[in-house]
Design a protein around this ligand. Structure first.
Ligand code: SF4
Length: 497
């Protein structure tokens, strides 16, 4: 199945590009004006344009248990998925992470069990490849596709979750869609969209000791605001980004949506190709060579125009932690909680006051004075093997003072971590080693904070109640979360040696 997908998907992309172009236009495009990475991928997916709206071809669709309405849509109009081999399903949002013994029938919560049963039924009836409850590669929809080679450069990928931007780390256009859009894609493999503006964020410099890719994206949002990328296709570039591993790039692109970007992208390079080669759904043999040639043409041309450009130098970046109720309310760990008076206008002053009240914090408090009750290391932002290694390195320095969960992003990551002995490091430090899934990122599976608890979380959203009723979330990197676990308060991981 993977080989046939490889063949069809590569040809689909080429066919889509060729059918749209007029004679002579292809060579004009190749030798014409400079284009950004986004322009190249977008232009090769345009099917038609009508009154400012563009119909784009979708190479991959990712769905999860919450996508039941998309399947109902198809059933209601008596249709089957148009190209079912390009749709992938995942058991993640509702997966139990305590125990999976007894299979789906063993899931105690009736609603959670019902969602899992329904997804099994929907995917088996339609023939969608399902990384389900019992699949050896089950995991989060933004973790498994990169592992499997489903996420590839130059494709257009949609997912039924806003953090679909993660896959842009491979140089693809990847964005989240709602249930009816996912249904439309299943039926037609196309989607109407408006062409977004482009924003280039150059990230230069060397990451200092104790500073991770999570700090880069939190640093960008703290500096430029949650609205900096509104509606834009954000391309992350610069010397720092070029040195990041694929897993680090995924963390950055994952949270581009928290900067209001429509998507985040990073140009593919040798790091990308090395990561992808040999993965189950990656092209093989001659197709790999053809694909590589296409991928190598994707990075933005020198002198290509963006609608907006901003820069961040990371040489002085410090580990970042959110203090408030959106990711912009974020400070270096050695910072102090702001006063409402620091707001630029009345709206901002009210926002700060409301966040302080909800988070039960006082202006002027040092970040490191904040005591916590829970730690969550997981989610599609930070549950990959490098994240777990970073957390384990810190966990080895002490014992958990608060309840701490480690939730790998997939079964494959769980296996690898266990082979490396990371699970032992965590359990010896008193951390709880759990089953893969979304878990406390969004708390849909019943994994919840107790009422009002304060949690350091490696996830991507610190909105009110996201992790449970009145829950107070502080977003941080895996290393910073592990540091908080062994001290019981927000802690500068750099001081732990
Ligand atoms: S971990 Fe959180 S953000 Fe990621 S897919 Fe799951 S619920 Fe969505």
């Amino acid at each position: 199945m993977s080989e046939s997908l490889n063949n069809s998907s590569l040809h689909d992309v080429s066919a889509c590009a060729i059918t749209r172009l007029l004679p002579g236009e292809l060579s004009m495009r190749i030798s014409g004006t400079e284009k950004t990475l986004f322009d190249k991928v977008w232009d090769s997916h345009v099917v038609t344009e009508v009154e400012g709206e563009t119909l784009v071809y979708v190479d991959r669709l990712l769905v999860h248990e919450g996508s039941r309405h998309s399947f109902s849509m198809l059933r209601n109009i008596d249709m089957e998925p148009f190209r079912v081999e390009q749709v992938f399903g995942f058991a993640d949002h509702y997966m139990p992470t305590g125990t999976t013994e007894g299979g789906i029938p063993g899931v105690k919560d009736e609603k959670v069990r019902g969602m899992l049963e329904l997804m099994e039924k929907n995917t088996s009836q339609t023939g969608v490849r399902y990384f389900g409850f019992d699949d050896p590669d089950q995991g989060i929809l933004h973790v498994v596709p990169p592992e499997q080679g489903i996420s590839q450069p130059g494709i257009l990928l949609c997912g039924a979750d806003s953090h679909t931007s993660t896959h842009g780390a491979f140089g693809s256009i990847s964005f989240g869609v709602g249930a009816s859009e996912a249904g439309h894609i299943m039926a037609t493999q196309c989607l109407w969209q408006q062409r977004p503006d482009t924003l280039r964020i150059d990230v230069d410099g060397e990451l200092p000791f104790g500073v991770h890719s999570k700090d880069i994206i939190l640093g960008i949002i703290a500096k430029f605001g949650v609205g900096v990328g509104v509606g834009n296709a954000i391309e992350f570039a610069g010397s720092c980004i070029e040195r990041l591993t694929m897993e680090q790039r995924m963390t950055v692109c994952n949270m581009s949506i928290e900067a209001a970007g429509r998507m985040g992208m990073i140009a593919p390079d040798d790091i990308t190709y090395e990561y992808m080669e040999g993965r189950p759904y990656a092209p093989k043999g001659t197709l790999w060579k053809e694909a590589l040639q296409y991928w190598q043409s994707l990075p933005s041309d020198e002198g290509a125009d963006y609608n907006n450009e901003i820069q961040l130098n990371v040489n002085e970046l410090v580990p970042m932690v959110t203090w408030g109720t959106n990711p912009e309310m974020c400070l270096p760990i050695n910072g102090e909680i702001p006063s409402p008076d620091s707001g630029a206008d009345d709206d901002e002053r009210q926002e700060i006051a409301a966040a302080l009240e909800y988070m039960d914090l006082q202006p002027g408090m040092g970040m490191e004075e904040i005591e916590i009750e829970r730690v969550f290391i997981g989610s599609c932002t930070n549950s990959r093997i490098e994240d777990l290694r970073a957390a384990a390195e810190v966990a080895a320095k002490g014992k958990a003072k608060v309840q701490t969960w480690v939730v790998p992003g997939s079964k494959s990551i769980k296996r690898q971590a266990e082979e490396e002995g990371l699970d032992q490091v965590f359990t010896e430090a008193g951390f709880e080693w759990r089953q893969p899934g979304c878990s406390l990122c969004t708390a849909l599976n019943g994994d919840l904070l107790n009422d009002g608890e304060r949690c350091v979380s490696t996830s991507n959203r610190n909105f009110k109640g996201r992790q449970g009723p009145n829950g107070k979330t502080h977003l941080a990197s895996p290393a910073m979360a592990a540091a908080a676990a062994i001290t019981g308060k927000l802690t500068d991981v750099r001081t732990l040696g």
